[in-house]
Design a protein around this ligand. Structure first.
Ligand code: SAM
Length: 215
């Protein structure tokens, strides 16, 4: 999925280096991942995630889109809770496991390798206090329909990259090629805004964040 060797190079770049805290490690990881075009959660978005986790003290957390673990490690480092994280890409998942282990976060985390829609469709009895949605943008609407009932009362769904259409514009990419994802994202935002069980707040930072609270 990424340039051949990119994930390994990220791992090599950070190998043997000492960091004062997990957050300092994540700052470096973010920079190195960017160098190799591996998308991970951006700085301000991660800070917002951290502040919400500290405030809400979730016990059970679910993440769609592990990648190299920036958001997942932030969630675990800022709470005493447990995280289940799903990604379709084996290479990033294995590298993330190594990073979690380095910071003693592995024992509170379960990694699931697979397509998020298939995996989530088989977990309908699970309940979560906090859900991070940072995976396949075109499937947010499908995932939301399955995930919303799995959110406990007062639980939070933290959704990254809601300004997908703006991102495509900014990168000068052909909007027609991304039309289905853009339309799905629009349907997702309309659905969430019309859900009477949800209080939604949009943060116009970086790629756009939506925080949905179950009321
Ligand atoms: C933006 S990255 C996640 C960044 C991550 N949250 C972080 O902060 O490090 C999106 C991830 O979603 C994963 N992904 C894409 N399609 C997927 C699918 N259908 N099911 C599960 N994961 C998927 C990609 O492999 C990628 O690692």
């Amino acid at each position: 999925m990424y340039e051949v060797g990119a994930v390994e190079k990220v791992g090599q770049s950070l190998k043997g280096k000492e960091f004062a805290s997990v957050y300092e490690f994540l700052d470096s990881l973010r920079k190195v991942a960017r160098r190799y075009y591996i998308p991970v959660m951006r700085k301000k978005t991660t800070e917002l995630l951290k502040s919400l986790i500290i405030k809400n003290k979730p016990k059970e957390m679910l993440e769609i889109g592990t990648s190299l673990g920036v958001s997942g490690m932030t969630a675990l480092a800022s709470s005493a809770g447990r995280l289940t994280t799903i990604d379709i890409d084996e290479e990033v998942t294995n590298q993330a496991k190594d990073f979690f282990a380095r910071h003693n976060l592995l024992s509170r985390c379960e990694f699931i390798l697979g397509d998020a829609v298939s995996v989530v469709s088989m977990m309908d009895n699970n309940r979560y206090d906090f859900i991070i949605l940072d995976g396949p943008k075109g499937q947010y609407i499908e995932l939301y329909k399955m995930l919303a009932p799995m959110l406990n009362k007062d639980g939070i769904m933290f959704v990254d990259d809601i300004n997908y259409a703006r991102f495509i514009d900014k990168k000068g990419l052909d909007k027609r090629k991304h039309r289905t994802i853009i339309n799905n994202m629009k349907e997702f935002l309309d659905t969430i805004n019309n859900d009477i069980n949800i209080k939604a707040t949009v943060y116009d930072i970086e790629d756009g964040v939506l925080v949905a609270e179950k009321i």
